[in-house]
Design a binder for this molecule. Structure first.
Ligand code: NAD
Ligand code: DAU
Length: 394
């Protein structure tokens, strides 16, 4: 069954030559009718937002999911507190590198799709310790592809035609742009510059090869910087919010003029659902917010919002801005050309930066217990390690 269609969707669906994920009814009966999807990394920032949205969205909320997550420092089951007792959500703590575990999950749950978020995701950590990035992002993706291939290879008929492996990747694989260069399209050459982006690029290549060589029905999304609820405060936006609330310095790497494209996490999740439902097999889709901003501008925006919502007796939060030593190999600019996903699937972000960032700041203000919980000893050790030696500069 094709997804219920409006004009654009109907045209795209008719063009599509493969059977899309059926999100219109719950399957039952033979094991081949499973409606379950397997999500990896669903206790992390984007993964947990995806799981919550999947189970809330009218088009997919009847559809169960298995959430496989190793619960590294970045995984947090509190992100999923709202699902306690919800039988549609099965959580498995485990490592995507463990092939035997993957095979057991595929055999037991017979997922009709895999949505692969699990990764080491922080560039600064990849600089200080690249090994975990090669293991999870490259070897883990390889193990997952092989387990998915074995499962898919044994399917028949509609179940085989409907199976999908959606790989969630990043715009960082394309490298850094000059200030006047056009935004990344899906055909931009791969030029990864950090251990993180190199490991993601490697995983993208594996996914591509598993399609071309074995016919595995894959889809890849390359997304820009996400922000929103449940983001671990090692990344720019939540780090600045939690530091500002604590009256701590707001560390700006280099001159603060590095540019990123910013996307509200709920928009990323809706893009993934669209690609999963109707994306063309073997294709990649760039996902972005049409919102390029320099880091310093982001931090000033956050300070202004906090001045309004949580004023400090000590004065504007902007007084805490501190220039520190730059990130080694710091990419200057990323920008996403998201016209392909709009043209083919009718997807555009729903949030503006102004609406998304206000919601995000409000979420952190409303959730002090979540913040306190993630600021464990391990978190404090990371902050000490990453910011030591980045002496404040005038
Ligand atoms: P995150 O670091 O918040 O979460 C990663 C999750 O993966 C955690 O729950 C962690 O426990 C889990 N995990 C790590 N290693 C694992 C392993 N070996 N086995 C099983 N689970 C493991 O990351 P995020 O920001 O939510 O990013 C999710 C995905 O999206 C990543 O693949 C990332 O590369 C990609 N991405 C992120 C952004 C962004 O701005 N955050 C942008 C584009 C793409
Ligand atoms: O572009 C997509 C990528 O965005 C994702 O693939 C990554 O998983 C995600 O972490 C993110 O990578 P960045 O390196 O762009 O995000 P981060 O939040 O670490 O940094 C954003 C910018 O802010 C970057 O130019 C570095 C700068 N920065 C970051 C920190 C943590 C600072 O100036 N100070 C800081 O303390």
């Amino acid at each position: 069954t094709l997804l219920r269609a409006d004009g654009v969707r109907g045209r795209a669906a008719r063009r599509s030559r493969q059977i899309p994920i059926d999100t219109t009814c719950a399957g039952s009966g033979s094991p081949n009718d499973s409606m379950t999807i397997l999500v990896t990394g669903g206790a992390g920032f984007i993964g947990s937002n995806f799981v919550l949205d999947w189970l809330a969205d009218p088009a997919t909320r009847g559809l169960p999911l298995v959430n496989l997550d190793a619960l590294t420092y970045a995984g947090n089951l509190h992100n999923l507190d709202a699902l306690r007792g919800d039988a549609r959500h099965v959580f498995v703590q485990g490592d995507i590198c463990e092939r035997a575990l993957l095979d057991r999950i595929f055999a037991e749950h017979r997922p009709r799709a895999v949505v692969h978020f699990a990764a080491e995701s922080h560039v600064d950590r990849s600089i200080l310790g690249p090994g975990a990035f090669i293991r999870t992002n490259v070897e883990g993706t390889f193990a997952l592809l092989e387990a998915a291939r074995a499962h898919w290879g044994a399917l028949a008929g509609d179940a085989r035609a409907a199976f999908r492996f959606l790989h969630v990747s990043t715009d960082e694989v394309y490298g850094s742009l000059a200030s006047d260069a056009p935004a990344f399209t899906e055909t931009h050459p791969y030029e990864p510059n950090s251990p993180y982006s190199a490991s993601k690029a490697a995983s993208d290549h594996l996914v591509r090869a598993w399609h071309h060589t074995y016919g595995l029905p894959v889809l890849t999304t390359n997304c820009s910087n996400n922000y929103g609820p449940f983001q671990f405060p090692e990344k720019l936006i939540p780090l600045m919010i939690v530091n500002a609330l604590a009256g701590k310095p707001l560390p700006i790497y280099g001159d603060g003029q590095n540019v990123r494209d910013w996307l509200y996490v709920g928009d990323h999740c809706s893009a993934i659902r669209e690609v999963l439902a109707r994306g063309r097999l073997g294709e990649t889709y760039n996902v972005g917010g049409w919102n390029e901003m320099a880091n310093l501008e982001i931090v000033h925006t956050l300070c202004a919002l906090l001045d309004e919502l949580r004023p400090s007796a000590a004065g504007s939060h902007a007084r805490l801005i501190t220039y520190v030593k730059d990130r080694p190999g710091h990419d200057r600019r990323y920008a996403i050309d998201a016209r392909k996903i709009e043209r083919e699937l009718g997807w555009r972000p729903a949030e503006t930066f102004q609406s998304g960032i206000r919601k995000t700041v409000q979420w952190y203000l409303d959730n002090p217990a979540w913040i306190a919980n993630v600021q464990s000893g391990a978190y404090r050790d990371w902050v000490a390690r990453n910011y030591a030696g980045r002496e404040a500069r005038a």
